[in-house]
Design a protein around this ligand. Structure first.
Ligand code: BGC
Length: 914
């Protein structure tokens, strides 16, 4: 009987397959594992897969109805359609992201290959996708056999601080090496490497990988990451050499203000494990241990804030290749184990993201040349020079110039930001720093015989390699420049962690800046993995009592973030969940969110008023419009409580949902009792107070309309300029759109007098300034104690630009349901925006045409969109030249808020309003 049923099932399956059309237009593409493409060193025992469905036929309403995933140990198995690690079988589901590996636990250090195919609802099936790969890391801590090695004597080689020309103590980076023999031909060689400090590994004369500042910044006392590299092509049978350069980095270099160093310790360490798999199936492991040798070399110093120096006369050709005479090198110092938890770096690595060649060279003084790279960015200069042996070329970096054309460095405070190259003297020489970065547009070069040729000095921009995920373009040059400036400020500040600024002696993971800007960041780049990493740093910095810190990793500044800063612990995980549908991330941070809300509510008075004393930065850098701190306290507590309620609902915690919804209602009531007058006036009477209260739903009934009027009055009082600081700016613009006054938002957007975004652009800014008045014609530079020209907080307007001008937003997590709602206005006659969501590209393009307009949209498969086509009730709306009523994929919902509301299935649409 069982055999009968089996035979019947086989027949049935064969029949099904026979009726399935393999349609070349329908494909599964963009395969990612843990939101990264072909990642090496995945530490998750059950990694998650994602893909896009693409349909080139132009069909509408494309939905995946089922998928099948195969995971295998080699490509051959996949070619034979065999998943020896896992075959999901056909799964009836429309999930295309967050799909968990469901096989037996993955082995440590394994190469894995996978592919996917999908079915749509109409009997079409994709071909198998191109295979993608990932590799597991050293999943089991016991798999590590390597020691942590360093060379502590190096510190004795450092010029004592008192003798250093700058009074700085800067030990030279350590060169570490050993040789080994590969007994036979190697099939696969994987390198796992980590450090207390930052490192670069070399194998047989080649640099391993192209990452910078590995293994990244964490609270090294608790957590250290390792990196995984496939070095198969670098290892050869016979003699090999492996080496590493180890610099201070965040571990023991200068971090933050006050010229302090050695924040985590003064003994930098490197740890590596090279696993050789021979063709014959045997394995050998080369590890860091006491057999390694150490020396100082041409790198004289390397420090994030101070810069790097290289004496080419001290170069040691061949030090990283086999056969080098290292007899003069010293024994290494060995630490067998450290207390911190070891894990695979979960984020994108830092690397080169762009290059710039100077657009101008000036000579403000004899022998002093200034190169203008044309763009403010974070990174270093790659140089090509000729000079006599011992000739010293000095590069000093700055964001802006003094009126006399010299570089302005006062705002760098204690960061020396100076790189030096000492020539070997044998012809053309090239060099690029590897263990430092500066925030700069201008470079002062001294020590050259002749004026620099622009091509000899290339600006190399360095940042976390978060893939670009959005574009925006319109017919207003100022707004395009603003988006450009926001993008570059993000690139400059997303360097393993989201920092406040990349140039002065700060560069810390300020939580307040990170939370106001996070949503904007998602529009410009794919930051899912980036935040996956940083949210661990933030969780590591959460205090036992539930408070989140001012900065993460927690160093230099304090553990008491206070309103709008500490709330990053709730707002950032929620934002990443919303944008990428990342439930696992939300679940991981959910308890921390709850502890935070409990802490803030717990220290309130009984009637849910803020405590008598608490730390708060206020509406940082507002323009004489200080919002009372207790208003900020309660507004943000309400916000975090509301988001925690939403998180509870998303995670299916019904009891918690009720609890936090109820708490939110009580906080909102307390806010109204305490701060909202009968006339709708809010305590402080500031733009930010109204913006937050309206954005967070803290004014109700008639008072809401009154509060809206007060907000408009406050803007008018400033002659339609904003006065908001870091906290209020983002919500101000969003609220204006929400209350139907995008006309006012556009007015603020187009302002070019102080304070406004346009003001900095009128001064030639290529990035977002920390202060609205970083420089003014009347007063010159603002207080150099705090005046960065690359802080992204005010760039949080990017969210409004993408949502309101571009018209791209979400209605359900992961953009499962999309909102397309462009609101044309201001000087803008046409705009075009795109966003690469987890489902694929979402695109809008609109143009005003007299009283009518054109709106083109693209909605990716497997999603639906609510589209608002701006029009009056009497205007005719067509799609593709035909009346809406008969258009496939479009359901007319009605006319509301000055737009025809349509429910739209996936596909491309071209709407016209006449
Ligand atoms: C940082 C800011 C930060 C602020 C906190 C500044 O020094 O640069 O970005 O949010 O301190 O008040």
């Amino acid at each position: 009987m069982a055999r009968w049923i089996g035979a019947f099932l086989v027949m049935l399956m064969a029949a099904c397959q026979a009726t399935e059309k393999k349609d070349g237009d329908l494909r599964a593409t963009h395969l990612a594992c843990e939101s990264r493409v072909e990642p090496l060193g995945i530490d998750e025992p059950y990694p998650r897969f994602s893909w896009w469905i693409e349909d080139e036929s132009g069909a509408r309403s494309v939905r995946q109805s089922a998928y099948r995933i195969l995971v295998a140990t080699d490509r051959g198995a996949l070619a034979a359609e065999r998943g020896d690690l896992w075959d999901s079988g056909r799964v009836e589901s429309n999930a295309t992201y967050g799909v968990e590996y469901g096989g037996a636990p993955l082995p440590s250090g394994a190469a894995c290959f996978w592919m996917v195919r999908a079915w749509d609802g109409g009997g079409r099936v994709t071909p198998w996708s191109a295979p993608a790969s990932f590799a597991t890391g050293l999943l089991d801590p016991a798999a590590w056999a390597a020691d942590w090695i360093g060379w502590d004597e190096a510190r004795e080689l450092a010029v004592a601080a008192a003798d250093h020309p700058d009074g700085l103590f800067l030990p030279p980076p350590r060169y570490l090496r050993r040789e080994f023999t590969a007994a036979r031909a190697v099939r696969r060689a994987m390198l796992y490497a980590s450090a207390l400090g930052i490192y670069e590994t070399r194998l047989n004369g080649e640099r391993v990988g192209d990452d910078y500042f590995t293994p990244g910044w964490t609270d090294y006392a608790r957590r250290v990451y390792y990196d995984t590299y496939d070095v198969t092509s670098l290892v050869r049978p016979g003699a090999n050499a492996i080496g590493a350069v180890l610099a201070d980095g965040w571990f023991s270099g200068h971090v933050g203000w006050g010229r302090k160093r050695d924040h985590y310790g003064d003994t930098t360490r490197f740890r590596a494990q090279l696993v050789l798999e021979y063709e014959d199936g045997t394995r050998e492991v080369v590890v860091t241990d006491g057999s390694w040798r150490a020396a100082a070399g041409p790198l004289l110093e390397a420090d994030f804030l101070m810069g790097e120096a290289y004496d080419a006369r001290r170069a040691m050709p061949g030090w990283d290749a086999a056969g080098f005479d290292a007899s003069a090198w010293s024994a290494v110092d060995v630490t067998p184990a450290i207390a911190a938890e070891i894990g695979a770096h979960p984020g994108p690595r830092v690397g080169e993201v762009a290059t710039f060649t100077p657009i101008a060279v000036t000579a403000p003084a004899p022998g002093v040349h200034v190169l203008d790279m044309g763009q403010n960015f974070a990174g270093v200069v790659r140089l090509r020079v000729r000079g006599a042996a011992g000739r010293e070329i000095v590069l000093r970096h700055a964001e802006v110039l003094n009126p006399d054309g010299t570089i302005y460095t006062t705002n760098l405070r204690g960061a020396r930001a100076t790189d030096r190259y000492i020539c070997r003297g044998d012809g053309e020489e090239t060099w690029q720093p590897r263990f430092t970065f500066h925030g700069f547009r201008f470079v002062e070069v001294t020590g050259l015989d002749a004026p620099p040729a622009p091509g000899d000095f290339v600006g190399v921009a360095i940042g976390s390699r978060t893939p670009p995920a959005g574009s925006f373009e319109c017919d207003d040059g100022g707004v395009n420049q603003l988006v450009h400036n926001i993008y570059w400020t993000q690139r400059m500040n997303y360097i393993d962690i989201p920092t406040d600024c990349p140039q002065r002696d700060e560069r810390l993971g300020w939580t307040g800046d990170a939370q106001v800007y996070a949503r904007t960041a998602t529009y410009l780049c794919d930051v899912q993995a980036f935040f996956t990493k940083w949210l661990v740093d933030l969780a590591d910095g959460q205090r036992k009592d539930g408070q989140f810190p001012t900065v993460a990793p927690l160093k230099v500044s304090g553990s008491d973030g206070g309103p709008a800063w500490a709330d990053a612990g709730v707002i950032c995980p929620w934002t990443i969940y919303e944008v990428y549908g990342d439930r696992r991330l939300l679940a991981r941070h959910y308890e921390g969110m709850k502890r935070y809300v409990a802490f803030c509510a717990g220290r309130c008075r009984e009637d849910l008023r803020p405590p008598a004393e608490f730390h708060c930065y206020g509406d940082w850098l507002n323009i004489q419009d200080e919002t009372p701190k207790d208003v900020l306290y309660l507004a943000y507590l309400a916000r975090s409580t509301q988001l925690t309620a939403r998180a509870a609902a998303a995670l299916g915690r019904a009891e918690d949902t009720t609890h936090y919804e109820d708490l939110f209602a009580r906080i909102a009531r307390s806010f109204q009792d305490a701060y909202v007058g009968a006339d709708g006036r809010i305590a402080g009477d500031t733009q930010t107070a109204y913006a937050l209260a309206l954005a967070f739903g803290l004014v109700e009934g008639e008072n809401r309309a009154r509060a809206e009027q007060h907000l408009l009055r406050k803007l008018e009082e400033r002659d339609w300029h904003l006065s908001t600081g870091f906290v209020g700016t983002k919500d101000l613009m969003l609220v204006l759109a929400e209350i139907g006054r995008e006309d006012v938002a556009y007015r603020l957007l187009h302002q070019d007098t102080f304070p406004s975004w346009g003001f900095s652009i009128a001064q030639g800014a290529t990035t977002i300034w920390e202060r609205w008045n970083g420089w003014t014609p009347e007063a010159g530079f603002n207080d150099p104690g705090m005046n960065s020209f690359a802080h992204y907080a005010f760039g949080a307007v990017g969210e409004w630009i993408f949502r309101t001008v571009g018209g791209i937003d979400l209605l359900a997590p992961g953009y499962d349901e999309i909102l397309i709602r462009p609101r044309p206005g201001g000087r803008i006659g046409r705009a075009r925006a795109s966003h690469l969501s987890v489902h694929g590209p979402i695109e809008t393009s609109w143009e005003r045409d007299g009283d009518g307009m054109r709106l083109d949209v693209a909605i990716p498969p497997n999603t639906t969109a609510l589209v608002h086509v701006p029009c009056t009730v009497t205007q005719a709306v067509t799609e593709g030249g035909g009346p809406l009523a008969s258009v496939e994929g479009v359901e007319i919902l009605g006319h509301e808020d000055g737009a025809a509301k349509l429910r739209v299935a996936s596909g491309r649409y071209s709407f016209r309003v006449e």
